[in-house]
Design a protein around this ligand. Structure first.
Ligand SMILES: C[S@@+](CC[C@H](N)C(=O)[O-])C[C@H]1O[C@@H](n2cnc3c(N)ncnc32)[C@H](O)[C@@H]1O
Length: 185
């Protein structure tokens, strides 16, 4: 039931290409993030919500709060049905916000920000990076877009991981970055 519901996320008529990383790729990405006793993970463009759950699953000793923001009403609705089926025991709270992150003036407090941002526009990326820099709790950013957006004086790259996509088997590189300092206006 969940898989077919989840497959609907691939068929939403919008401009973007939908994709999800394999569980193994998410496990690799998580292994580069320092483990704390509790974290809030934000997925910008959270799709079916399954990726957020997979992040928490691979940090079993960490209490995880999960927050997703999703512009597509259909995907946000589906994700609210999907998440309870995939939620691991260490994921304490979850919230899916149906919204366009481009309209946000601040991120919710979070320690790890993930985005599958290969199709995000320059304007959207520039806005997201400013929000990430201004989020005091945020330490780690996992995303595919590179140093064109993430200034090396503000971010250190920890690693670059070739990640596989579900279905197509295509490989896309994701970078794990750590913030050096918060942007001050
Ligand atoms: C490639 S999918 C990734 C889904 C999920 N993060 C994952 O990795 O499984 C990217 C998602 O970003 C969403 N998105 C695109 N622009 C957005 C925006 N401005 N605000 C919020 N979500 C957005 C799309 O609707 C799509 O569901």
């Amino acid at each position: 039931m969940c898989n077919s519901l989840r497959e609907l996320c691939y068929n939403v008529p919008d401009q973007s290409i939908y994709g999800e990383l394999t569980d193994g790729s998410i496990a690799k990405l998580v292994s580069y993030v320092k483990q704390f006793s509790s974290v809030t993970i934000l997925d910008i463009g959270s799709g079916s919500g399954a990726t957020l759950c997979a992040f928490a699953k691979h940090m079993p000793k960490t209490s995880c709060d999960l927050v997703g923001v999703e512009i597509s009403q259909i995907r946000a609705t589906i994700s609210r049905q999907i998440i309870p089926h995939y939620l691991p025991p260490n994921a304490k709270k979850w919230l899916i916000i149906e919204d366009n992150v481009l309209t946000w003036s601040a991120l919710p407090p979070c320690n790890i920000s993930f985005s599958f941002d290969t199709t995000f526009t320059k304007a959207l990326m520039t806005h997201i990076v400013t929000l990430q820099l201004n989020c005091p709790e945020l330490q780690f950013v996992i995303s595919s877009k590179g140093s064109r957006y993430y200034d090396t004086s503000l971010w250190s790259i920890i690693t670059t991981v070739p990640c596989k996509l579900k279905g197509s088997g295509q490989t896309i590189s994701f970078h794990v970055r750590i913030k050096k300092k918060t942007l001050k206006h």
